[in-house]
Design a protein around this ligand. Structure first.
Ligand code: PGA
Length: 262
């Protein structure tokens, strides 16, 4: 393994509201014969709640080194929170990863930096790994407010009590909202600039260890065509991939690119 990617290289997927249990089974059955393990290459797939059990079962049956994660998590362990899932419920079926603060949750379901902070801390405290998503809208970038917005999202999303967990258990996904599902990708330099800024933030607030150990992934219209240049940037530790993670051939192609970069 080269030393170019000290935090490894992460090829992760967000299936959003796609792939029920049957499609989940078909995905893993299809992918297992061509899946290759590689030192330093990590994968997590954030899949719909209804498919989580099937995902865990089929990943285990296929012997794949791929984690399955929930697309959200509530901060309370149980209670009157219709439609939500908690750490104990997820862990009961073998899920120990959660996505938090995705821009679609913020945009369509009213989630805030504050709720992202509560979700993130509760999951970390429950010994789960978290991918916290942040990113600016097109209007915010045009108004040159990108770093102000990212700072506010990090101030709210990472409560101070997260500090002991910032040893690789928390991952950040920088996903410019204008790049998600639009076919418009941030240029490799735009991604690197944002990631460097985020890492500097971590350094200033949580110290050099936390900054050095936290993987920061890029998300927003990543495809096998544009991934290599983005993933090659020093502060980009991989990708959170939506559309291109739904099909086995493009997900495997992205893993092969990961293999060539790590
Ligand atoms: P996309 O989605 O790759 O389809 O743009 C990324 C995401 O929303 O995580």
């Amino acid at each position: 393994m080269t030393t170019g990617k000290p935090r490894g290289l992460w090829i992760t997927g967000n299936w959003k509201m796609n792939h029920g249990p049957l499609a989940t089974k078909a995905f893993f059955q299809d992918i297992k014969s061509t899946w290759r393990s590689c030192a330093g290459l990590h994968s997590v797939l954030f899949i719909p709640s209804i498919s989580l059990s099937a995902g865990v079962e089929y990943v285990r049956a296929a012997g794949l080194e791929c984690s399955i994660g929930a697309q959200n998590i509530h901060w309370e362990p149980s209670g009157a929170f219709t439609g939500e899932l908690s750490a104990p419920l997820l862990k009961e079926i073998g899920i120990d990863w959660a996505l938090v603060g995705h821009s679609e949750r913020r945009q369509f379901f009213g989630e805030t930096n504050e709720s992202a902070g509560k979700r993130t801390l509760a999951a970390l405290k429950a010994n789960m790994q978290v991918m916290l998503c942040i990113g600016e809208t097109k209007a915010e970038r045009q108004a040159e407010k990108t770093f102000e917005v990212l700072k506010a999202q990090l101030d709210g999303g990472l409560l101070q009590d997260c500090a002991p967990y910032l040893d690789g258990r928390l991952l950040l996904a920088y996903e410019p909202v204008w790049a998600i599902g639009t076919g418009l990708t941030a240029s490799p330099d735009q991604a690197e600039e944002a990631h460097k800024n985020i890492r500097d933030y971590l350094w200033k607030r949580f110290g050099i260890e936390a900054a050095g150990r936290t993987p920061i992934l890029y998300g927003g219209s990543v495809t096998p065509q544009n991934a290599k240049e983005i993933f090659s940037k020093p502060n980009v530790d991989g990708g959170l991939i939506g559309g291109a993670s739904l099909k086995t051939d493009s997900f495997l192609a992205l893993r092969m690119i990961g293999e060539s970069v790590v």
